[in-house]
Ligand binder design. Structure first.
Ligand code: HDD
Length: 709
């Protein structure tokens, strides 16, 4: 800052800039006065009333009174992290002038905020919901915000319906119930009257909406954007983030239990992974296609309720993002970060998607309301690393001290500076798309297919994923109180797939035939054959990339996975160490979950306990291992929580490993040994086999034994 250099001659005080950065050991008030007593307010006599004069008390309390800012109207619950992005090579220069995507020598800092949509700031992480996936790239050409979700289509086609969609899913306004849940009447009232929501509804009813961790989610820019090359050529582009730890989900029973047992489950594991140096990584993927190709598709690429199937336009992986630093302060960074889809860099531009066009207005407007001033751009987390210079001035909480008397353009008094930057020198120029048209409030006919891609998604699911959709929809509509809304929904679901509609109808007591409800195993069989005709899908019946079971973004791995070793006094220390070593060798982690804190007496020495069975349920782990030791197994067998721990992990499809000695304990938990179904007797299989089982994520072939959805 220029004026900081104008330090009065001879002053020993720091400049303003230095003062901000100066750590101090002295406790002061906000204006730098040292405080001698922060324990007692000023009072008239030791038992007398407090005095208004106590400026220290009033300053402290008053600041506290104003600590909260309005939470985001959507995406209020979130977790963030810093990182870097680097493109692999310069091959994209053919399509875009964006340096961040073409200069492979550049390491661009990023800040990412993940979020749920419907819940309040304090709601649970594992609610069934879309997840926000917002990336701020601090590029040398200014900030670029890719404000996406973990689901590629969106519920609605036109931004004018966004307030209605959100009002319907938020807690109902008369009594503010339910929190962070779509399973209620107003949501399904809106959905049932808005068929364009059907494709995204299928995604939200699928396992995609209950991710295992934030690092196990794909990300999508949702809209079709434009790339503009240095020569001014335009193409269309869809943005993807492909997680290098694969796409994986929880099961619904687990997600619900986690909401109570560890409401911070996702936030915590993001933090812990980064602290442990197990940095979450994604590759940036692009689908690039021409306007002519787009015109030939049987759906409209400007319609945000549609995706472009990857089997139609393959995703090219072009660079990598690594999240490698936790925020220093949640409020200053994760809460105050403000994204805007209008933050673009030269080489990228908007399309005419009417949902995107509405968003271009909404975000600046909301940041001014949430952060209270147009000067929110000066907050450290939002400030670009590229230099800022213009004639915008003043406003509440202005930090920049602009010297001089010139705050207008054109000027001669300031030497005509700062001056406009021509396109060839990097100035932003909108793509000169030819426009003609009649002013109308009307949807294009090409936006009118509402079921075709819902069918494509359904067809692309493996039988177990279909079963989860059936169960999710049975659950959600089972909570809807108004029968007429349930009936309307059954009709929509039947249009997507007859088996889906009928199974949901059966659970809602709306099936005319009095057949008994099929068992899980029978239902899986039915679902194998439950395939629909598709439309608006580029002629595809299925799109491989949509299934998390049949097709993943990365090979199975235990990186970042956590295994519980269940133990009590008398445990076999060698068994514990063998599993810890086998996991650590592949980048996984084991924690000893003991009957008490401190150390467990082991056959040899002591085994350190990380968590206790009392405080830590199976749902926070990916798998469980039971070491030998007769006394340990005896204690576990007589402990209800320990038996439940193993039975629940098994029911949720997780790998279970046991030393030979522990097999009778497994029997007590109702868990049959079967390596093909992920239950390993480590006298027959090696620790490495168990580790491979953990990497598989879940054993869906337990079918009838699972707690579904
Ligand atoms: Fe939005 C926040 C993503 C449609 C209006 N949106 C917000 C965030 C994400 C998205 C990830 C949280 C950013 C953060 O972590 O701070 N929104 C989307 C996607 C959409 C979408 C992928 C469809 C493709 N949004 C959308 C529409 C509108 C908004 C159509 C309004 C017309 N969104 C907002 C908002 C929020 C927001 C009200 C709340 C807080 C904020 O902006 O900063 O302006």
């Amino acid at each position: 800052m220029k004026n900081d250099q104008n330090k009065p001659q001879g002053s020993t005080l720091p400049t303003i800039q230095e003062a901000i950065q100066q750590p101090t050991q002295r406790l002061t008030d906000n204006l730098g006065h040292a405080i001698s007593d922060d324990q007692n307010s000023l009072r008239a006599g030791v038992r007398g009333p407090s005095l208004l004069e106590d400026f220290l008390l009033r300053e402290k309390i008053s600041h506290f009174d104003h600590e909260r800012i309005p939470e985001r109207v959507v995406h209020a619950r979130g977790a963030g992290a810093h990182g870097i992005f680097q493109v692999y090579d310069d091959s994209l220069s053919e399509f875009t002038a964006a340096k961040v995507l073409t200069d492979a020598s550049r390491v661009t800092p990023v800040f990412v905020r993940f979020s749920t949509v419907a819940g309040s700031r304090g709601s649970a992480d594992t609610a069934r919901d879309v997840r926000g996936f917002a990336v701020k790239f601090y590029t040398e050409e200014g900030n670029w915000d890719l404000v996406g979700n973990n689901i590629p289509p969106f519920f609605i086609q036109d931004a004018i319906k966004f307030p209605d969609l959100i009002h319907s899913v938020k807690p109902e306004p008369h009594r503010e119930i339910p929190q962070a849940a779509s399973a209620h009447d107003t949501f399904y009232d809106f959905i049932s009257l808005t068929p364009e929501t059907m494709h995204t509804l299928m995604w939200v009813m699928s396992d995609r909406s209950i991710p295992r961790s934030l690092a196990n989610m794909e990300g999508f820019g949702v809209h079709t954007f434009r790339f503009i090359s240095a020569q001014g050529q335009s193409s269309f582009v869809k943005f993807h983030w492909k997680p290098l730890s694969g796409v994986h989900s929880l099961v619904w029973d687990e997600a619900q239990e986690l909401a109570g047992r560890d409401a911070d489950f996702h936030r915590r594991s993001l933090w812990d992974d980064i602290e442990a140096g197990n940095f979450p990584e994604w590759e940036l993927g692009l689908q690039i296609f021409t306007e002519d190709q787009a015109a030939a598709f049987d759906f409209d690429v400007l319609d945000a309720t549609k995706l472009v199937p990857e089997d139609l336009v393959p995703v090219k992986r072009v660079g990598k993002m690594t999240l490698n630093r936790n925020p220093d302060n949640y409020f200053a960074e994760t809460e105050q970060v403000a994204f805007m889809p209008t933050n673009l860099v030269p080489g990228i531009d908007f399309s005419n998607d009417p949902l995107l066009q509405g968003r271009l207005f909404s975000y600046l407007d909301t940041q001014i309301s949430r952060l209270g001033t147009p000067n929110w751009v000066e907050l450290p987390i939002n400030r670009p690393l590229a230099p800022v210079s213009n004639h915008q001035r003043d406003g509440q909480m202005r930090r920049t001290i602009n010297p001089g008397r010139v705050s207008y353009e054109p000027n001669s008094l300031g030497g005509g500076q700062p001056a406009e930057v021509p396109a060839e020198k990097g100035g932003f120029v909108s793509y000169p798309e030819p426009m003609t048209g009649v002013k109308v409030r009307q949807r294009a006919e090409s936006f009118s297919d509402h079921y075709g891609q819902a069918q494509l998604f359904w067809n692309s699911m493996s039988p177990v994923e279909k079963m989860h959709i059936v169960r999710a929809q049975q659950f959600e509509l089972g909570k809807v109180e108004v029968r007429d809304i349930r009936l309307k929904m059954i009709e929509h679901l039947r249009r997507i797939n007859a088996v889906l509609g009928d199974q949901v109808a059966a659970a809602l007591g709306e099936l005319e035939t009095a057949e008994p409800m099929p068992s899980d195993a029978e239902l899986m069989k039915l679902l194998e054959k439950a395939v629909s005709d598709t439309t608006a899908s580029g002629g595809l019946k299925r799109d491989a990339a949509l299934s998390m079971v049949d097709h993943n973004t990365a090979p199975p791995s235990v990186r970042g996975r956590k295994v519980a070793i269940l133990a009590a006094d008398g445990v076999n220390a060698g068994d514990v160490q063998a599993i810890k070593d086998a996991l650590a060798a592949e980048g996984g982690k084991a924690e000893v979950v003991g009957t008490h804190l401190g150390g467990l007496k082991a056959d040899k020495g002591e085994v350190k306990v990380d968590k206790t069975i009392l405080t830590t349920p199976s749902v926070v782990y990916d798998a469980v291992y039971i070491p030998g030791g007769a006394a340990s197994l005896g204690a576990l067998s007589s402990m209800g929580d320990a038996v439940r721990f193993v039975a629940q992990a098994y029911k949720h499809g997780k790998a279970v490993g046991a030393s030979h000695e522990a097999l009778s304990f497994l029997q007590r938990c109702g868990v049959p040994v079967d390596a093909a179904k992920g239950v390993f007797d480590l006298s027959k299989q090696s620790a490495d086999d168990f580790v491979k089982g953990v990497a598989q994520h879940r054993f869906w072939n337990r079918s009838g034994d699972l707690i579904p959805a």
